[in-house]
Design a protein around this ligand. Structure first.
Ligand code: ADP
Ligand code: ASP
Ligand code: MG
Length: 852
């Protein structure tokens, strides 16, 4: 057992951390002082090396000055340098009130050299990459001096190190590469003595030294690379990239404002993200870190409390196969097309060989399987050279007709969906294409590496942002990653925890193994809500939580009393759940909530499917019903409602089966109330109405308010649903309804209701008795026909189909074009908690089958 109390300090004190500050973290004296505080905090845990970028905007100003100079505009060039000097002087003055004459002279010296370079460029009318690098490196030199002053002002020993004196690179000006062995040795020789002497080295980022001693740069955003190179040589425990956003986001936050920070990325995932444009971390910076397994943390210097993004060697699939979407603009796509290429070896080699010769690196390649097209994307600045050299190289093939044409698309954007989890999950590419297709974004080329780390697409430049947004949404990246691989899960959100809800919870728990065997999916309940409060956990409620909720509800209490419940209506609960990336979420309505159709629409918009046993959302205003179906359709979601009619009996399913191949329903008639069926049977057996109702309530056959059954309202709702689903009754005309009692009795306490019913016990018994004498029975019938619904008591022959129905059984007869002679009949137990819960589970399983 390790004694952390004593060991930890030792281990960390011997460690080195590299802290790199980007331009935005150094934009002003105030920001620099803030950065210094971050360094001092870090010193509590480790020795620190600082790598600085130029002050925000300075590199761009240097580029502008150089460009003005080569265009002959001496004044603008020199003016640019003058402004840069003035800005640094001002920051210096703000940083310390002591005498900074020495530093001031250094700043002036650097700028005077920059002035000389600018004048040289004007004179020669030429801006070589070599001279440009020398100019651009000036920004970092100025910044490093200011940072060291700020450190010293806070009592921290610091030493400025210009990387163009010791970071050995090749002479690939503009994007030089460190010479690994040599650079390691020279860097270590410079850095280690300072660290040993407890000084903070302040290294200029971005630049290095060519073999002939000239200043090189590592490419725009190269300070990130300086940081990881330095980290490699001093065996740092961690590199912190301080920037102006909270970490690496699922997409560029400027394009997708609702993007979220990704907690952790593998080096390869981060590399892929930055390769395709996520400029927050320079792509090449990942190579030295990955090679030595040094973790990189990307953090916000403006909000250091945010944990940021950790980039390391771990592979955490999280709850989603795709972790991020990035995009890079300004590319040219060249497509070499021709049937004659098929099977001819060496065409691809010649294509890439000729580009390599021009030192043009290709960002994306795709070849169609028929080998008749090779598409490649190159940065727009190389587009023309690439095009002309390819046309020259392939002229013989064009003349022969082996290659038909070379098509060039300008202004192309490359978009990539990135995540190592993609390798484990089929269907990701299909979702990518579908999401883009729905938004009418056409693809110019597609590529997927064999590692399945990314799918990259070439689109028209102006559609790139839309493509990023579409994919970001498709993979729910705006939601919180639950940190759990959810590829095999199936999340249920229960609305209502009454008798049916509780039976459903038990069923789901019981059928777990079976569901997994059938669909490879594990159902879990992530939320339960009643009207007052909800329980929610993004990776599933614990069995104990479910048990406590069920116990509370069956004791007549509300969820609000539970310690882990959150007060608020189901809408709030859905909104909360919507923050998380759930797996195949299904909202299951086992409540009798009135405004549930609004919740359903909210659920569809969140990408949830819906199963309902609640009739109200489907039987309310026709307009609401239509909106519901429309929303489900546009969102590509499923709405299943088998348990709304005939409990678990396949009534809706039968109707759908009948309609699907084009049959037309002409009439549906049914005994649709198990409750009323049961009561009728009891009456026939001589039980008074009030007692029969009391017993039905006790057996769980009634709606929460039995008046809803007795008044016929419940049957009318079922008939309305059938009328709408079959298309027979599409109007807001209320059904012609006669009930056993008036619906105005709704809301009474059970005892009061039973007292009222006692008053009609005698006339009811008489009516039943009279019918019996004539060989008739009373049945509560619903009739749905073209344009009309009728619901009420009917006297029927004892031997007729409905007359012979017993107890709580339901029966429905469908008459249609095909079933004209004899109706299609569905009959069986149509009420009760268990069968209704079964009906709901049946719908859930169908969705599971569809979404697996
Ligand atoms: P620094 O000056 O600190 O090096 P950069 O401007 O180079 O900062 O990089 C940070 C910027 O990168 C952010 O402000 C953001 O606009 C942009 N960016 C692009 N894609 C992403 C992404 N996926 N996550 C975070 N930032 C991104
Ligand atoms: N200052 C340089 C640039 O703006 C390097 C960097 O910031 O990383 O590209
Ligand atoms: Mg940067």
């Amino acid at each position: 057992i390790i004694n952390h109390g004593t060991n930890e300090g030792l281990i960390f004190m011997s460690q080195v951390e590299v802290h790199k500050f980007g331009g935005s973290s150094l934009a002003s004296a105030e920001r620099i002082l803030h950065a210094v505080r971050l360094v001092i905090e870090a010193q509590a845990e480790a020795k620190v090396v600082v790598v600085v970028s130029a002050l925000g905007g300075v590199t761009d100003e240097l580029v502008a000055a150089a460009v003005a100079a080569v265009g002959g505009d001496r004044e603008r060039g020199l003016d640019g340098i003058g402004k840069i000097l003035a800005r640094h002087e001002m920051v210096l003055a703000e940083l310390s009130d002591g005498d900074q004459h020495e530093i001031s002279l250094q700043l002036a010296g650097i700028c005077s050299e920059l002035g000389d370079l600018i004048r040289g460029v004007v004179l020669l009318g030429e801006l070589s990459l070599r001279i440009k690098d020398r100019i651009l490196a000036g920004g970092e030199k100025l910044a490093a001096r200011l940072f060291a002053v700020a450190l010293k002002g806070q009592g921290v020993e610091a030493a400025v190190l210009d990387a163009d004196t010791f970071l050995e690179t090749d002479d690939h000006f503009g994007s030089a590469n460190a010479l690994s062995g040599v650079a390691d040795r020279t860097m270590k020789a410079v850095l280690q003595p300072l660290l040993d002497a407890d000084q903070v080295p302040v290294v200029t980022g971005f630049c290095g030294r060519a073999p002939d001693g000239a200043t090189t740069t590592l490419g725009r955003d190269g300070s990130d690379l300086t940081a990881t190179l330095v980290a490699g040589t001093v065996a740092a425990g961690q590199v912190v990239i301080w920037t102006d956003v909270d970490g690496i986001f699922g997409a560029d936050p400027r394009v997708v404002p609702e993007a979220r920070v990704i907690a952790q990325l593998n080096y390869r995932e981060a590399a892929e993200m930055s390769y395709y444009g996520a400029k927050v971390l320079h792509q090449r910076a990942l190579i030295p870190a990955a090679a030595r397994g040094i973790p990189i943390r990307v953090r916000n210097s403006l909000a250091p409390e945010a944990t940021g993004t950790m980039v390391d060697s771990r592979f955490t699939p999280g709850s989603h196969p795709v972790k991020g979407i990035s995009a890079i603009q300004n590319h040219t796509l060249i497509s070499v097309e021709g049937k004659g290429m098929a099977g001819v070896p060496g065409v691809a080699a010649r294509v890439f060989g000729c580009l390599a010769q021009k030192e043009i690196s290709v960002t994306m390649i795709s070849q169609s399987s028929s080998e008749s097209t090779i598409s490649l994307a190159v940065p727009a600045e190389h587009g023309e050279v690439a095009e002309t050299s390819l046309k020259r190289e392939l002229r013989p093939d064009i003349v022969r007709g082996d290659i038909e044409e070379i098509v060039v698309y300008r202004d192309v954007g490359l978009v990539a969906a990135v995540g190592m989890g993609m390798a484990h999950m089929p269907g990701v590419a299909a979702r990518v294409f579908a999401a883009l297709g729905r938004r009418k974004i056409s693809l110019l080329a597609i590529a997927q590496g064999p590692s399945e780390l990314n799918i990259s697409l070439a689109v028209q430049g102006r559609q790139a942002d839309a493509a990023v947004r579409a994919l970001h949404q498709e993979f729910s990246l705006h939601r919180i990653d639950t940190g759990e691989d959810s590829t095999r899960r199936f999340d249920l959100i229960l609305l209502g925890c009454g008798q049916i809800g509780r039976a459903l919870i038990e069923l789901v728990q019981e059928r777990q193994a079976d569901m997994f065997a059938r669909f490879g999916l594990q159902a879990r309940i992530v939320a339960i809500a009643d009207r007052s409060a909800s329980l929610f956990h993004p990776t599933g409620l614990e069995p104990e939580q479910l048990a406590a909720a069920m116990a509370a509800k069956s004791a007549g209490a509300s969820l609000a009393g539970l310690s882990d419940a959150v007060a608020g209506d189901p809408k709030a609960m859905l909104a909360r759940a919507g923050n998380y990336r759930l797996a195949r979420p299904v909202l299951v309505d086992v409540s009798d909530a009135d405004q549930a159709h609004e919740l359903f629409s909210q659920a569809f918009a969140l990408g949830y499917d819906v199963v309902t046993a609640n009739k109200k959302p489907l039987a309310g205003a026709l307009a609401d019903y239509r909106v519901l179906l429309q929303t489900a359709q546009t969102q590509g979601r499923l709405l299943k409602a088998e348990a709304t009619v005939g409990a678990g009996l396949p009534v809706v399913d039968t109707l759908e089966m009948l309609l699907a191949p084009g049959d037309q329903l002409s009439r549906a008639r049914g005994c649709l109330s198990g409750t009323l069926g049961f009561i009728m049977a009891q009456l026939e057996d001589g039980q008074p109405l009030s007692e029969a109702v009391a017993e039905a309530v006790r057996l769980g056959y009634t709606e929460p308010d039995p008046v809803v059954d007795l008044s016929g309202v419940d049957v009318a709702r079922k008939a309305t649903i059938l009328g709408r689903m079959s298309g027979l009754v599409l109007s807001d005309e209320p059904p012609a309804l006669t009930g056993l009692v008036d619906s105005s009795l709704a809301g009474l306490e059970l005892a009061d209701l039973l007292a009222k019913l006692k008053q009609v016990d005698a006339p009811m018994a008489a009516r039943v008795e009279k019918g019996k004498q004539a060989g008739k029975v009373l049945r509560y019938l619903a009739r749905v026909e073209q344009g009309s619904i009728e619901v009420g008591l009917a006297e029927l022959d004892k031997d007729s189909a409905f007359g012979s129905l017993r107890g709580s059984d339901n029966m429905i007869l469908f008459e249609s074009e095909r079933y004209r002679q004899r109706p299609l009949t569905v009959t069986g137990p149509g009420a009760g908690v268990e069968v209704t819960a079964m009906g709901v589970l049946g719908d859930i399983l169908r969705i599971a089958a569809e979404r697996r």
